[in-house]
Design a protein around this ligand. Structure first.
Ligand code: ADP
Ligand code: GLC
Length: 479
């Protein structure tokens, strides 16, 4: 049998090791689907949290010096094999053993080091992938580094590059001096405009220019980012490469997110028998301090609390929304202003609105299972994972028609009864209110229609299967 070709996923987070958002869901599930045809490997930073939970299982496989330009440091690589996938972890105590994943003044230097260490690691492991699949700005320098840092080495020149944009808002903009001081690259790359974006160098631009193919996480977002409204200044450079830009919608790990098997929820259930879902709702109400009432519509949100997620639009009309006779539960952290808004909501509506501040994987499962509807009024949304999970759990998403939300949620059609959720067009508080009112009307006055929507949502294919085939086609097209 012919040896499988190898694909290395490079990312700054990935399940089951470390997660702050949907990127980790993708890195934890898509590679699994691709093992059918490829030798799949994943490389991540060795964060403090990973050390705490996994270090006993990891094996150190290499230690080598990394020339960062103006200084030289040492990187170690650890390896772990899980479900047929080889995971590599790049160790640098100073850069990665911190409380949070991102948000430090030296993030540019940290991930420049990550990219350098990945690229240099191949020689030391004597492993050269056929394709490197990089993700978001944190791994954006990899294609360029393969070409410039190891330009005369055919083993590096053979490597093909795929780059996925999960969120174009975060591009990795840093002062141009970083090219020399942290990446060991010539200033020409800034001076001649190649990596220049405004006054900065831009990691994402580097990846867009130097990858063989670029993808993003839904078809609709692939079109949106070519426009000034969504392109965040990179639309022109993307237009130049639009021939190589593919939109491939995300799926989820349907084994991990499965109400029939989920051990994190109090009662398991299926589309055929929703008794368990009603119990999950009561248990959630009880544990969150909401009034226990099977008949009250329970709307939930599990999210980063930033303007991307539409949380300010929601807060604009939140009192009218609470006037709809609903309960509202929110799990998330983010901007202080949004957190404060939700705290005061909780104060105003005891036993009807609850805000749980924090990141809590287990509670998120209980919310997806126990709620009736899931609120996701994003201003923009490259794909969105939460609405996929909620449909799988029969919790109807209320979404704005943007990015992947538009591609994945079929809006309720009152005439045919079709749909898997509710959607609205404009990014305004009025539109959120209007569509939530419609959802509440169906919930309270047309139980048959609501139940049919639950059936449709739970029957919807949110697996990776279809999209994995598209990734196969993409890889084949460059190999
Ligand atoms: P994004 O990646 O933009 O944050 P997605 O919808 O793609 O949005 O993915 C968010 C993922 O993170 C989902 O799996 C969601 O359940 C999870 N998540 C977000 N906030 C929290 C939280 N506070 N606690 C637990 N899980 C969370
Ligand atoms: C980003 C996007 C989100 C997407 C996720 C995974 O975090 O904001 O829409 O689902 O990446 O691709």
């Amino acid at each position: 049998m012919e040896k499988k070709k190898s694909v290395l996923f490079a990312a700054s987070e990935g399940m089951p090791f470390v997660k702050s958002g949907g990127l980790a869901d993708v890195i934890g599930s898509l590679p699994q689907e691709l093992t059918k045809r490829f030798d799949l490997r994943v490389v991540l930073p060795l964060y403090a949290d990973v050390i705490e939970r996994w270090i006993d299982k990891l094996e150190k496989v290499a230690t080598f010096p990394v020339n960062q330009g103006q200084k030289q440091t040492v990187a170690s690589v650890y390896r772990y094999v899980l479900n047929g996938i080889t995971y590599y972890f790049i160790e640098h105590q100073g850069y990665f053993e911190r409380e949070n994943l991102y948000g430090y003044p030296d993030d540019g230097e940290r991930f420049a080091f990550f990219d350098l260490a990945i690229v240099d690691m191949f020689e030391h492991l004597n492993y050269f992938p056929d394709i490197i699949h990089s993700n978001d700005w944190q791994t954006g320098m990899i294609p360029l580094l393969c070409k410039k840092r190891h330009g005369s080495d055919v083993r590096y020149q053979r490597i093909r590059h795929v780059y996925t944009i999960h969120n174009i808002l975060f591009q990795g903009n840093f002062p141009p001096e970083m090219l020399e001081s942290c990446l060991g690259l010539p200033m020409d790359l800034f001076n001649d405009g190649t990596l220049r974006q405004g006054r900065d160098i831009n990691f994402m631009k580097a990846a867009i220019l130097f990858s063989d193919k670029i993808t993003t996480v839904s078809n609709n977002y692939a079109h949106e980012i070519l426009t000034p409204e969504y392109g965040e200044g990179l639309e022109k450079i993307l237009q130049l490469r639009s021939w190589d830009l593919w939109g491939i919608v995300n799926g989820i790990d349907i084994n991990m997110w499965d109400p029939k098997k989920d051990k994190k929820i109090p009662k398991r259930y299926s589309a055929e028998d929703l008794k368990g879902k009603r119990e999950c709702k009561r248990a959630l109400q009880r544990s969150m301090g909401l009034r226990v009432s099977s008949d009250t519509m329970l709307v939930a949100m599990v999210s980063r609390l930033t303007s991307q997620k539409g949380v300010y639009l929601l807060l604009d009309h939140i009192y009218e929304l609470m006037g709809l006779d609903i309960q509202f539960v929110v799990l998330g952290t983010g901007d202080e202003h949004a957190e404060n808004g939700l705290r005061s909501l909780e104060y105003r509506f005891p036993h009807r609105a609850v805000y749980y501040r924090g990141y809590n994987e287990e509670l998120s499962h209980r919310i997806y299972a126990g709620a009736d509807a899931f609120m996701m009024p994003s201003v923009f949304e490259p794909c969105g994972i939460s609405q996929l999970i909620s449909m799988r759990y029969g919790t109807l998403p209320i979404v704005r028609e943007t990015g992947g939300l538009k591609d994945t949620v079929d809006p309720y059609n009152a005439y045919t009864g079709e749909g898997t959720g509710f959607s609205f067009k404009n990014a305004t508080g009025e539109d959120i209110l209007h569509v939530t009112r419609l959802a509440a009307e169906v919930y309270y006055n047309n139980k048959d229609a609501w139940n049919r929507l639950i059936q449709n949502a739970m029957a919807k294919d949110v697996s990776w299967e279809g999209s994995a085939n598209l990734y196969f086609r993409l890889y084949d097209s460059i190999l």
